[in-house]
Design a protein around this ligand. Structure first.
Ligand code: G3I
Length: 401
């Protein structure tokens, strides 16, 4: 028997009251709408730390208040773009210049932000006394190893207990473009002069200097696995970290830098999440550490032709969104850091990458006038309109002793 359901006037009234009764409850839970909230607060809904690299000279400019305001409001973790690198910390052998790095640490403390330390061992931005000493032979192999140990120990001890994640070793592995055969190998200065063992040494020395910091290996072009062959950089890094941890080397995380360009196809969120999960299966945490999406500055873009500019900003937003959703989709992805957030101070704008023929820049999520771009809005929506079962709180990582 069909029971005729008739709400009647009172039933409809009750239903409407009911709806409004629910609506204010939802509204009071988040007094701000998602679009009014910050990347920082929306990311923390998932336990995710949203960060940016900081150009300290820009942050200190009194005539650029928006730069610092955005850093303080939108991000819960920051990375020193340059002031914690070796050439900045020890420009002359044995003479450390801590002022800028200390100022950066104070900025993070003032903003209640976690710090990603960048970077202990890298082949770029090394002080001349070191590279020239090695080149002329005045610094022997054994001496170089002691110099590296002293550098890591001195820097890590100075900020002991105040660094959340350290990029201990950066970009130790070649790219398929580096050698004619496309095979992935160890590369550059430290490997050439100390051999592969410097990587394990660096992590052990960093751990000895700070028992709590999460120690990361950091590299680019490892957003997704390739064919698993000798030409697959992501596979090489996965195998390297696996073997080091089997040997008891204290590696707690893998940083995937995430430097993308709209000129390439790049990867989708599923591939990125799967890659981060496969890294995490080694027992490590992961992080997107240097996300940016640059674009070729075509004549059309230069002239501000809407077809060109729209295509660029849409493609940029889609790439940032893929990186962020990939991180959200992998519970060990603890942080998502932009390698700069505005076009005015972005490294792709300032360095040669952004100048001359084939220039690629406009990589920030804010334009040069601090106006948010589509990428900013897309990231905010990704953070706001996501949740269980496929996006859940981050899983904590215990530092390996
Ligand atoms: O400090 C000198 C200054 O004294 C001099 O007047 C000026 C003029 O050339 O150069 C200044 O050094 C610049 C340095 O940034 C500090 O601003 C270097 O020329 C410039 O090449 C250097 O660029 C940095 C680049 O690493 C170096 O490879 C970028 O700012 C920085 O964003 C970029 O960051 C790296 C990450 O550390 C590692 N992953 C890749 C990423 C992009 O290359």
């Amino acid at each position: 028997m069909m029971v005729k359901r008739s709400l009647g006037i009172w039933g409809i009234a009750a239903a409407l009251v009911g709806v409004f009764a629910i609506a204010p409850a939802v509204a009071t839970v988040n007094e701000k709408t998602p679009s009014e909230q910050t990347l920082r607060s929306l990311a923390l809904r998932h336990g995710l730390y949203l960060g940016t690299a900081v150009d300290l000279s820009a942050a200190k400019k009194t005539d650029e208040p928006r730069y610092s305001q955005i850093i303080a409001s939108q991000f819960s973790t920051i990375t020193a773009e340059n002031v914690m690198k070796w050439d900045a910390l020890e420009p002359e052998r044995g003479k450390y210049t801590w002022a800028a790095a200390d100022a950066f640490m104070s900025l993070a403390a003032d903003n209640h932000q976690l710090v990603r330390g960048h970077v202990l061992v890298w082949h770029n931005q090394l002080p001349c006394w070191l590279t020239e000493g090695v080149a002329t032979g005045t610094i022997t192999r054994d001496e170089l190893r002691e110099i590296l140990k002293k550098h890591i120990t001195t820097v890590v001890k100075r900020y002991r207990g105040r660094i959340w994640q350290w990029d201990v070793v950066n970009e130790a592995v070649s790219d398929s473009r580096d050698d004619a055969d496309g095979v992935i190998r160890y590369k550059q200065f430290w490997y050439q002069h100390l051999g592969e063992e410097y990587i394990a040494d660096a992590f052990r020395w960093a751990r000895a200097a700070d028992p709590k910091a999460l120690l990361f290996y950091n590299d680019y072009n490892i957003e997704a696995f390739g064919d698993g062959s000798a030409k697959d950089k992501t596979q090489f890094v996965h195998t390297m970290v696996k073997n080091l941890r089997v040997k008891g080397v204290p590696i707690d995380g893998i940083g995937s830098q995430g430097h993308l360009s709209t000129r390439y196809g790049n990867y989708d969120a599923f591939q990125i999440a799967e890659t981060l999960d496969r890294f995490a299966s080694l027992g490590v945490a992961t992080a997107i550490t240097e996300a940016d999406v640059r674009s070729p500055i075509t004549e059309g873009v230069k002239q501000g032709l809407s077809d060109d500019v729209n295509a660029m900003v849409h493609a940029q937003a889609a790439n940032y969104s893929a990186l962020l959703r990939g991180c959200l989709g992998s519970r060990k992805c603890l942080s998502f850091t932009l390698w700069g957030f505005d076009d005015k101070h972005h490294w792709t704008t300032i360095t040669d990458l952004g100048r001359g023929r084939g220039a690629e820049s406009m990589a920030g999520i804010y334009d040069a006038g601090y106006r948010p771009k589509q990428a900013f809005t897309a990231m905010k929506a990704d953070l706001a309109f996501s949740g269980a079962p496929y996006v859940q709180n981050r899983l904590p990582q215990k530092p390996m002793p």
